[in-house]
Design a protein around this ligand. Structure first.
Ligand code: HEM
Length: 309
């Protein structure tokens, strides 16, 4: 069982820290404006095509259906709806809706998280809201936050959501053919490859280009990702999302995400901005690891959802 942190935070406190609404008055104000994390984003659609050979290695009946409906939301981080697309963070959330079961993904282009427990998560969110001083405090006092910032500074902004890798960050447990449970992490590799904006391209761009770029792109050719499970090896830390496993870990190809916008007029896609993505909505054969960050996420997303009604 995971070791409880001495100063565990409540879900309400975590959402307050994310939203920057630490007291009753600011919380009420936040509800009024329907404050939400990852505010700047948009929804589109497509399908998931499972790798037909997957059942040679894993026992996940969900992937026997082909194709499977996908509703996607692409977003930036934070609560600011006017955040510039020139910032490096890119996020992809997917609802994969089969006839009998569902699977959600809630992913980011940074493979390491800034906290390994809820207390550090709370501290990070609170300090980041204090600007440059708070960020410096984190760099000086919190090695996980420092490693995260270092990663971000080496990550140039991509010209398209379609040119980013996306990571599940937290570990999950997968059932193999022998019904053993094996630990792994989701990784989405862009079929179009990764790309970075140069300094001169950045100078010529406005603050809003990602949405128009993706919707235009998929008019002529879909945005696609190969989805892999990166497998843990003996000794890899399973329950700590600040730890990056080596790139050369064995991978299983799960299938392809194809975003083509063909179902964008469906009510589910139209209303996707008003719903939540649940990283613990999993089909048979996939289970959550004991990572305390992962296990707090659904409750936080539900709390955030309730507050913005
Ligand atoms: C304890 C850990 C975490 C907490 C408390 C937390 C909190 C939140 C909250 C409050 C929301 C807003 C939900 C809504 O109102 O719809 C949110 C959304 C989101 N989070 Fe987290 N988060 C955590 C960890 C993570 C991790 C590890 C990742 C990346 C792998 C992540 C990626 C996202 C994304 C992409 C969204 C936007 C979902 C959408 O498009 O609607 N979060 N998070």
């Amino acid at each position: 069982a995971p070791i409880a942190n001495a100063a565990e935070r409540t879900i309400a406190e975590l959402v307050d820290a994310v939203n920057g609404t630490p007291d009753a008055a600011s919380r009420e104000a936040g509800k009024k404006v329907k404050l939400r994390n990852h505010t700047k984003g948009f929804c589109t659609s497509g399908y998931f095509a499972p790798n037909p050979k997957l059942h040679d290695s894993l026992n996940i009946p969900f992937f026997n259906q082909n194709p499977i409906k996908v509703t996607a939301r692409f977003s930036l981080g934070g609560t600011n709806p006017k955040l510039s697309d020139k910032t490096p963070g890119r996020f992809m959330s997917l609802k994969i809706d089969g006839d009998k079961e569902n699977l959600n993904f809630v992913t980011t282009n940074v493979p390491i998280f800034f906290a390994s427990n809820l207390d550090d998560f709370f501290t990070f969110q609170t300090k980041v809201k204090q600007g440059a001083e708070g960020k410096q405090w984190l760099i000086d006092n919190k090695p996980d936050a420092k490693a995260f910032f270092n990663y971000l500074t080496q990550q140039p902004p991509s010209p398209s959501f379609a040119n980013s890798r996306y990571f599940g960050v937290n570990s999950f447990l997968f059932t193999d053919k022998q019904n053993n449970s094996i630990a792994g992490k989701w990784i989405f590799e862009p079929v179009a490859g990764t790309a970075a904006l140069s300094a001169s391209e950045l100078a010529n761009l406005g603050d809003d280009f990602l949405k128009a770029e993706l919707l235009q792109r998929i008019n002529t050719q879909p945005a696609q990702w190969d989805l892999y499970i990166q497998l843990a090896e003996q000794g890899d830390e399973i329950n700590n999302p600040t730890v990056l496993w080596p790139e050369n870990r064995q991978r299983i190809l799960v299938g392809k995400v194809v975003i083509d916008g063909k179902r964008d007029s469906d009510p589910q896609v139209q209303q996707c901005d008003k719903s939540i993505f649940n990283p613990l909505l999993l089909p048979k054969g996939i289970a959550a690891s004991d990572d305390p960050i992962l296990n707090a996420r659904t409750a936080a997303y539900v709390e955030s959802f309730i507050r913005r009604q």
